[in-house]
Design a protein around this ligand. Structure first.
Ligand SMILES: Cc1cc2nc3c(=O)[nH]c(=O)nc-3n(C[C@H](O)[C@H](O)[C@H](O)COP(=O)(O)OP(=O)(O)OC[C@H]3O[C@@H](n4cnc5c(N)ncnc54)[C@H](O)[C@@H]3O)c2cc1C
Length: 101
């Protein structure tokens, strides 16, 4: 679980930095930012879920902050454009570019 968490964190950092570079180069980042929002919010949920699992019952207990982080992470798939809407944006861009990503 720790390895999978590390992989997702590495991937998240990579796509955030790559998109930030494209933004600084004044490129259109509408597709990339939707990918970043979707991937990071989905990954965060998985990472926090692993954190709960690693700590067993204590991870679920309000005695540790993990339970609060677990609840708080969930909203990221809903606000700032739900992840279903992000997928719509990504798919539209893929179609516009004839399948190129
Ligand atoms: C804690 C919190 C803070 C918030 N802060 C802000 C804020 O600061 N500013 C602000 O403007 N808003 C804010 N919101 C509102 C938030 O942006 C909306 O909840 C969000 O956009 C989803 O809209 P909705 O709740 O009306 O759900 P709906 O639009 O009713 O969506 C319900 C479900 O249907 C899906 N769905 C809807 N349309 C489609 C479609 N075309 N294709 C596929 N699936 C679809 C959605 O993905 C979702 O799963 C906040 C919400 C919460 C809970």
């Amino acid at each position: 679980m720790l390895a999978e968490m590390a992989i997702m964190i590495y991937n998240m950092e990579s796509i955030v930095y790559r998109t930030a570079v494209d933004y600084d180069l004044h490129k259109d980042i509408s597709r990339q930012s939707a990918i970043v929002k979707f991937y990071c919010s989905e990954s965060l949920d998985k990472i926090v879920d692993f954190a709960v699992q690693i700590h067993g019952g204590m991870g679920y207990s309000q005695e540790l902050p993990i339970e609060r982080i677990y609840r708080d992470s969930r909203i990221n798939r809903i606000f700032e454009g739900t992840n279903e809407i992000q997928k719509g944006i990504i798919a539209r861009e893929v179609i516009k570019k004839n399948g190129k990503v």
